[in-house]
Design a protein. Sequence first.
Length: 378
Amino acid sequence: MAAFDTFSESRLASNTSQKVIAGGVVLAVCYYAQPVVITFFISLLCAFLLEPAVGLLTRFRLPRALAALLVCLLALVVLYLVGALFYSRGAAFLEELPRYESTIKGAVEKISQRVQNLEASFMRFAPQDRPQRGAPAPEARRPTRTRVPVPQPPAVQEVRLKDESGVLAKYVLPQLKYFYQFLLFASFTPFLVYFMLSWKDHMRHGFVNLFQLENRQVVHSTLNGIGVMVRAFLVGNFLLGVLLAVIDALIFWYLGIPFPFMMGTISGLMSVIPYVGLPLALIPPVFSALGVYTSVSSYVLIISIVSGLYLLAQNVLYPLLVGSRVHLNPLAVTVAILVWSWMWGAIGLLLAIPITAGMKAVCDNVPSLRSYGRLLGD
């Protein structure tokens, strides 16, 4: 009996160590192969988002490859139209920047003048330095004996090599590498999305066959759970972002803020981002209002409106549209955002919740991992 208990404990320790090693290997791959893994995850999320449209077209007896091609082309056209609209409005906004520059300079001068007035008021009431009592007068002090300086050896002249490289080679060229990688892997995304959609049944069948017969039902339910949870997250955030964008645009138009629809769309979509969404949502309307408003009360009104909409979205609309299907507790969400943003930066901040939701779906459907699913859940 003692030997059996020892064997069970050693087997449990071995399984735990294997899970820890496997998790470390996965994190290492995600960290060192960032471009490949990020491109794959973005393509997978796009495929989850477009899958209902492909499934709808296949019900009309269209081949799946043709349906996937039509949906991908339609998505690219929509992205192109949205990008062209934002480009035209952005070009018009850049033409107005000289007027913003003069307004910003005037505001900065007013702020600096107020700061100087506050400093003058503070110095007026600050206590002045007074001479201490009992201190000897300068002429009554005892004269000190002068010392003859000892000659020092001549200092060794320091020689420094001047960096002759210009700004282009020092700052611009290293960034071109990352820009090239972004374009390279972004060009793969449409093809990956198309192949994921058109070859879905084949890839799903082949992936399930990798497991033993008694585990295939669990794999099927796990894949279905991942699809439902990630799709609910994407659709819920999309609907929430569109709703906030429309509300912000109408409010900015009513307040007379320049470029209300562009600024409202950016502010509404930024409000969906957890934790850092509020400061990102405040930047567009506040900066756009610099060309119109000069009073502090106007900016207080804009900040109050955007902050109120953000709190309403995060505390009421987000749990209603997204939280009821994702079922992640706030601690798990915070840790996930911290870890993935540390590894991938801003992209990790956006992908942290869907990746964690997919991990929870896996844990909920695998019997040996259900305890971890309960740990991540709400």
